[in-house]
Structure formats: C-alpha cells, structure tokens
Design a protein around this ligand. Structure first.
Ligand code: NAG
Ligand code: NAG
Length: 464
C-alpha cells in the first residue's frame, strides 16, 4: 500500500472507547491527525477503490516487525476471499461479462499464476474435509458463475501468500524446511471462493507444497463458531442492529430517490430493486472498470453509485455509535478468539503443532472480529483483507510471550481495546499475551454490560 493509504487507514483506526477508559488526547495525537482540523475523508469513489484492492506493485507491510531478541512462535491469519463475481444480478439487465478463467495475458497477473493452476490440477480429495472435496480448486468459467473468485481474487491471495512467505518463512523461519501436516491448521467455509482463496494464499506461502501434508477443514458457520454457535442473545443484537439499519435507510431521502430512479431505468418496483442489492453488482462493475448497465430507459450512473456507497459509509459510522453491532460482534467473535488463544497457549507450552493457522472466510467473519477487538474504526474488510495475530517470545525473558495484531499490513496492536492502556506503561513494541487472554476469557463479557461472566451466561442474559 502507498503511504497515503496507510495514513488514511490510521485515520480510520481511532480507537473507540467501548471500555471505560477514554483515550487521552495526548495518545490520540500521536496516532492520528487532529479530527477537528482534518475531517475524515469521505470520498465514496476513493473508498470503493480501496475496497476493490486491485493488486499493485510493492505493498508496504508491518508484519513480522520485532526487535532482534524476539522469536516468532506462531501466526494466525484470517482472510476475506479475493475479488469475486457478484452474488446478485441487477434484474432485467444484461448479465455482467467477466471471464473467470486464469490466463497469463490478462491483468492483474502474478508470476506464479500458471504454476498455481498446474499445482491445483494435481490436488486430490484426500486433502479436504467433506464436503470441500467436491469444490473446484481454482476458478475456470469463461463466464463467471455467481460469487465465483476471479483472476484478480487469485492474484490478490498469491500476493498475500508470497508476502507472508518472505516475512514469516524466509526472515523468521517460522516453519522448519521439513515442515509436516501438524504444523499447519487450515480451515475454510464451504464456498469455492473461500477454498480457492485459501489455496492461493497457501500456494504463495508454500509454493509447490506437498499435497499429502495439507488438510483443509470445513467450517459450516461464517462466524467460525463450530460447536458453540447457539447464542440467543447474539441473535437479539443482530435483530436490533438490522432494525437500526432499516431506520437509517428510511431517513435517507436521497437514497430512496436514487433507488427509485434506478428502478425506473430497469422497469421494476423500487422494492424489488432494493432487494436485489444492486450495490454488490455495481461494485463489481466499478472494480473491473466496466460501465454500469443501460436499458432503453437510460443508464445506471456513477451518481447512483456514489449515493449508495456514501450511505454504506454512513451506515458503518452509525453502527459504531449505536453499539448494537458491538454486542453482536463480541458474542459472535468469542468462539474463534477463544480457539485462537487456546492454540497460542499450546504453542507457549512448546508444542510445535498448528503454528501457522489460516482461516479463509468472509466479510461477515472479519467484521465482528475487528469490532470485538475494539477496532471498529477499521475499514470494512476489502477483498482479500487479512487480519493477523502474531505470537512472539522474548529470548531474554523466555517465559514472556507477546502478541501483535495487524490488519492489511498495518500494526493495530495498540488500537485494540485490550492493549490501548498497555502502551502508556510500557516501551515494548507489543502486547502481553495475558492481555489478550484476559480479554477473551473475561473482559469481552464485561464490555457487553451483561451480568454474564462467561460465554454461556452472556449468550443467555440481557446486556446493554
Ligand atoms: C477504464 O476503461 C476506460 C474505457 O472504458 C479506459 O479509458 C480506462 O483507461 C480504463 N481504466 C483502467 C484503470 O483500466
Ligand atoms: C474455549 O476454549 C476452551 C479450551 O479450548 C474450551 O474448553 C471451551 O469450550 C471454549 N469455549 C468456547 C465458548 O468456545
């Protein structure tokens, strides 16, 4: 990413004071420009471009930055799948034509693209938990199917994988050269786009990996809550959040007018157009530089796009303020965070298993984790977004372990609610593992304002 992007990302990472501790104005100044003199940028086209995440040349990232006496113990990577074909079509318009085959003479390109395809062709069902084995291992349709990963999506994750390879394998030697299946933990939802994104990242990370050493587990829930998904309070927060969303939309007359105009163009009732979630398809037009569709009644235009995208950004802003989503996020993210700290604690005990964990997931997976960690100001997960937890050991004090949290290559460790305070008392460039553990085991539930002190209680009692 370029420096401007990095700075803007930071502007959007102002820590939220969900917990009791307000961030002092002093610590605020260090991490971001003054919000009074520099209003947050709100350019819907600029935001949309970030969301597309079109692969460019050198990306700067802060993964793996640590003083010499720190040893990398384990890495936990959460990704959103890469660029995909829309999940919805705009009714009564010509089907958007995007080619989902992988070819060298099309942009964006990655030098490992052909090798990736031929390696995938050698894969066998034995590497995948049912029902993943029935999914194609790379996109291949001349006319993309709904939700199919595109070449852009594959290249995004080949790049992610290669970047992580350079840092974690070449520089920090996370895995021994004779790594085995036990060193990895791989999990994906049952969509072809998440499986293929995970494979592309893994291929960039471990080129020409031995198929016998790779096993992808299937995760039925987008929250990765396997075995602990039943949580009535979480659903209550979600319903209230959806109600908030609905009321905000009703208040936006410009948005209603825009949907009305677009509905007229495609000649269907406004309600039906809105239900078809046109922004999903419009974003795909935008990311692929394909003009918006036209009919005999006119064309869907950039102005329509800007209005809907602007509303999305405003919706995210109100979502942060109203905290209903936070309640949903804390309960939704608990099981996967709990699993992650368990995996870290096993690594602390010296076990060499599952020291590289990869979860290939969706925006609805990353978004609650970000909010739960107190990173609500972080941008909505773009295509091929990555959220990484690094676990480190201080060689000078081997009993001390620390974590770093990175979002799209930016170090956000001290923006998390469990480590905002720590920075003031310590010069260490990372956060004690205990802070994260304490947060997941206890403080998450305190932040809910419920009387529950564990997941089960919090899922069954009223909170804020
Ligand atoms: C987008 O498409 C237009 C023409 O349709 C072309 O002039 C422009 O260069 C394209 N932009 C990019 C970034 O490919
Ligand atoms: C949290 O992790 C512990 C240890 O792995 C496990 O026993 C417990 O069931 C988990 N709880 C939840 C709610 O995920």
């Amino acid at each position: 990413m370029d420096i401007l992007t990095a700075l803007l990302l930071l502007v959007h990472l102002i820590p939220v004071s969900t917990a009791k501790n307000e961030v002092s104005s002093k610590s605020r100044k260090r991490i971001m420009p003054d919000p009074v003199t520099e209003p947050p940028v709100m350019d819907p086209v600029y935001e949309a471009r970030l969301y597309c995440n079109i692969p460019s040349v050198a990306e700067r990232s802060m993964e793996g930055h640590a003083p010499h006496h720190f040893k990398l113990v384990s890495v936990h990577v959460f990704i959103r799948h890469g660029d995909r074909y829309p999940l919805y079509a705009i009714p009564k318009t010509k089907r958007l034509e995007i080619d989902c085959t992988l070819v060298a003479n099309r942009k964006p390109y990655h030098p490992k693209l052909e090798a990736f395809v031929s390696h995938m062709a050698k894969g066998s069902g034995a590497s995948f938990e049912s029902p993943l084995h029935s999914l194609p291992l790379y996109p291949s349709h001349l006319l993309c199917e709904m939700g199919e990963l595109t070449q852009t999506g594959v290249v995004q994750h080949l790049q992610n994988g290669q970047l992580l390879r350079d840092i974690y394998l070449k520089k920090h030697k996370l895995l021994p050269t004779d790594w085995s299946a036990d060193h990895l933990y791989l999990e994906t939802t049952g969509k072809s786009r998440t499986l293929q994104s995970g494979l592309a990242l893994l291929y960039g990370f471990l080129p020409d990996f031995d198929w016998k050493k790779v096993y992808f587990r299937h995760q039925p829930s987008a929250l990765f809550c396997s075995g602990n998904c039943y949580c009535p309070m979480r659903n209550q927060y979600l319903e209230k959040e959806q109600r908030r969303q609905y009321l905000l939309r009703l208040k936006n007359s410009q948005l209603e007018r825009t949907y009305g105009e677009m509905a007229k163009i495609v000649d269907i009732p406004t309600k039906q157009l809105r239900a078809a979630n046109p922004i999903d398809s419009m974003l795909c037009h935008f990311c692929h530089n394909i003009s918006f569709p036209c009919t005999g009644n006119g064309c869907i235009a950039m102005e329509h796009f800007k209005v809907i995208k602007t509303h999305q950004i405003e919706d995210e802003r109100e979502r942060r303020e109203k905290k209903l989503y936070l309640g949903y996020a804390l309960l939704g993210a608990h099981p996967i965070l709990n699993q992650t700290i368990s995996r870290m604690q096993r690594a602390v005990e010296g076990r060499k298993e599952e020291i590289f964990a990869l979860y290939s997931a969706h925006d609805v997976t990353l978004s609650p984790i970000l909010s739960a960690l107190g990173l609500a100001e972080a941008r909505f997960p773009r295509f091929a977004a990555r959220l990484i937890f690094e676990l480190w050991q201080d060689r000078e004090k081997p009993s001390e372990h620390s974590v770093r949290i990175l979002y799209n290559g930016v170090d956000v460790t001290f923006h998390t609610s469990f480590c905002q305070e720590h920075r003031k008392h310590s010069h260490k460039p990372m956060c004690p593992l205990e802070n994260l553990v304490h947060f997941v085991k206890k403080d998450m539930f305190a932040a809910l304002g419920s009387s529950g002190t564990n997941y089960y209680e919090a899922c069954h009692k009223e909170g804020f």
